[in-house]
Design a protein around this ligand. Structure first.
Ligand code: CDP
Ligand code: MG
Length: 611
């Protein structure tokens, strides 16, 4: 099945793209699908990953006239990477420039224009569109794609879209999902019919380990090399939990291949995770050169959102990184946990798209049966709801308790979110949105800090072979006050350098993150301008406390205790205040990783007197 690595001439390529389109499992159902959409306002569409739901359905709708009169077709994706890569693919299939007829919109990056009629976007972006266009009047069709992922934003969209569909009978709503949970979607949308696209799946043999693996990263590396030397041609997909693990795995693989030298054939090692620069992401889709083997090391982004052709072997250690939230303490944690059986089965399915495949599960058959949950808990039930509550309130939805949730969030989480917004003055005693516009004469600085916090953990670059240099460079930015002020200092110095790449390089600062912070800051500045809040600088004085009084902790026996819940928490060793241990602190967030840490802390002497 190896494809030629020579790119075919443009005309031929166009033809072969059309051939590929016609070869997808969805193609034979094109007419039936369009007929079903004509007949029903809401349709649930179920189909195996790679069957063509995301790339083809919007094109079919376009061909069937749904964009006449300048109407748009919108398709949501839970992940930024998927929104971008799918839009790029569809633009290519339609031979148009990305951003013209086909575009995408993700937070802080809008690649659409007046001409855009097929719009891919993150679910969060469509939610924001409700603010400017509450009935989504410019859309003729909304596709809520990857519905099975049950992200927080997708779940909120379900409720909102079900509501507007009632008074917009012309709006078509398609809920697309991998082969999971479709009955539940149908049930939620008043028994909407389910259109099933039969998959073309080859059998996948599943292998378990006999005993649990002590080190699954090492086990992955060994398994890849074993496949490479013992198994017939075919690419490998490895599922890990995050960037750090993926980078470590890729490094180990490259290192061992170097040592084996010409004893083995070429192994192309390619990482994929959300924060990877997009040119690097695109590489995973390149065909494997003849005689070589490709290994894609991915987060669960490759479970259903992205389809990589040519995968025959899957290695699944059985873990994912999952967010959970404790409403009692306000602590969010991101921990590596066993994935669900549904996830494991999706992962295995990735091996059987082009031919019979093999899935190597690095856990025991017993663990699969007894230690894994059946399905993943929807995000809405394990996250802080502050932002969502604010958004729903600004849409005029005041009664959140009776909002039409597919699975309602825990009562305490909702109450805590309301309580926090009330305490901040964003809601009044009736739970209505207020017009808070207090300006502490430091909006310039706060904008910078907010922008820098939004790219939070990727400002400082710390390569393994230059740890000492990197740490010294970081120390040079430390100023009294704490991490927020350090971030402000980094940004200010970067501005003074003329937004220099060289400056970033010399100071071990990630240029890409800074550039993103600058984009975020520009957008925030635009928003401030729109609501006519004056930008002013405090020239060094600051008012971080006003927005953060909820997040206060005081020094107590070896750690800190939060004022609100008397929870024991710690300063992260990376913090500029780690050594200093001031009596009072304010933190940006509480995160449990290896310990209960406060992330981004701030303090100043006068803080003590404020309490
Ligand atoms: O949404 P679904 O998982 O059903 O499939 P899709 O994303 O529409 O992908 C259909 C096919 O398009 C895949 O099998 C790939 O061959 C191709 N594709 C691609 O080449 N590059 C992309 N970025 C996305 C899809
Ligand atoms: Mg898809």
């Amino acid at each position: 099945f190896f494809k030629s690595c020579q790119p075919p001439p443009a005309e031929k390529q166009k033809q072969s793209i059309q051939e590929v389109r016609r070869s997808l499992p969805i193609f034979p159902y094109r007419e039936d699908l369009l007929a079903a959409i004509r007949e029903h306002q809401i349709l649930v569409i179920e189909g195996e990953t790679g069957s063509g739901k995301t790339t083809q359905i919007p094109q079919y709708l376009l061909e069937d006239g749904y964009t006449e009169g300048g109407m748009k077709i919108g398709c949501t994706q839970p992940r930024r990477v998927a929104a971008m890569s799918v839009a790029a693919r569809v633009a290519q299939e339609m031979s148009v420039k990305l951003g013209n007829e086909v575009g995408y919109s993700i937070r802080f990056e809008d690649c659409t224009s007046e001409r855009t009629i097929l719009k891919y976007m993150t679910d969060g972006m469509l939610l924001r569109e409700f603010l400017t266009e509450p009935d989504l009047a410019s859309y003729s069709v909304i596709i809520i794609d990857e519905a099975h992922e049950r992200t927080l934003h997708t779940d909120i969209l379900f409720g909102l879209i079900k509501d507007i569909a009632r008074f917009r009978p012309d709006l078509k709503v398609l809920v697309a999902s991998a082969t999971l949970d479709t009955e539940r979607f149908s049930c939620f949308f008043d028994d909407a019919p389910v259109f099933r696209i039969p998959g073309r799946r080859f059998p996948v043999d599943i292998y378990y380990t006999k005993a649990p693996e002590a080190d699954y990263l090492e086990a992955c590396v060994v398994s890849v090399l074993q496949i490479h030397v013992t198994q017939p041609a075919g690419d490998v997909l490895v599922f890990l939990t995050g960037q750090e693990e993926i980078e470590a795995c890729c490094e180990l693989l490259q290192e061992r291949c170097r040592r084996l030298g010409s004893k083995i054939s070429e192994l192309l090692v390619l990482p994929i995770y959300a924060n990877l620069p997009s040119d690097m992401q695109a590489k995973i889709f390149n065909p494997t050169p003849p005689g070589a083997r490709k290994v894609v090391v991915a987060t669960n982004i490759a479970e259903t959102s992205l389809t990589i052709d040519g995968i025959i072997y899957v290695i699944d250690p059985g873990f994912c990184k999952q967010k959970s939230y404790n409403a009692r303490t306000g602590m969010e944690s991101l921990i590596v946990t066993p994935c669900s059986r549904a996830s494991a089965n999706q992962r295995a399915g990735r091996a059987g798209r082009v031919a019979a495949g093999k899935c190597f599960r690095l856990y025991t058959a017993w663990a699969f049966k007894h230690e894994m949950e059946e399905t993943t808990v929807p995000e809405i039930q394990r996250t802080n709801l502050g932002n969502v509550v604010l958004l729903l309130k600004s849409l005029g939805i005041n009664d959140l308790i009776h909002f039409d949730f597919m699975d309602p969030p825990p009562h305490e989480t909702l109450v805590l979110a309301l309580e926090q917004l009330y305490a901040l003055g964003a809601l009044n005693h009736l739970g209505e949105l207020t017009k808070v516009q207090k300006n502490y004469k430091c909006s310039e600085e706060i904008l910078t800090i907010a922008a820098m916090l939004s790219v939070n953990n990727s400002i400082f670059y710390r390569p393994k072979d230059k740890v000492v240099h990197a740490d010294n460079a970081r120390m040079n930015f430390v100023v009294p006050g704490g991490d927020h002020i350090v971030l402000l200092n980094v940004y200010t110095q970067w501005v003074e350098s003329g937004y220099s790449t060289q400056w970033c390089f010399e100071n071990f600062i990630q240029f890409r993150s800074m550039k993103r912070a600058r984009d975020v800051r520009d957008q925030l500045e635009g928003l401030m301008d729109r609501i006519e809040v004056e930008l002013c600088s405090c020239n060094g004085e600051s008012a971080v406390t006003a927005g953060y009084f909820y997040n206060t902790a005081r020094l107590s026996k070896g750690g800190y205790k939060t004022v609100k819940h008397q929870q024991t928490v710690y300063v992260h060793p990376n913090s500029s205040l780690f050594e200093e241990q001031p009596r009072w602190m304010i933190y940006h967030e509480l995160v449990f990783t290896t310990k209960e840490f406060m992330r981004q802390v701030w303090s100043r002497p006068s803080l003590c007197s404020s309490f």
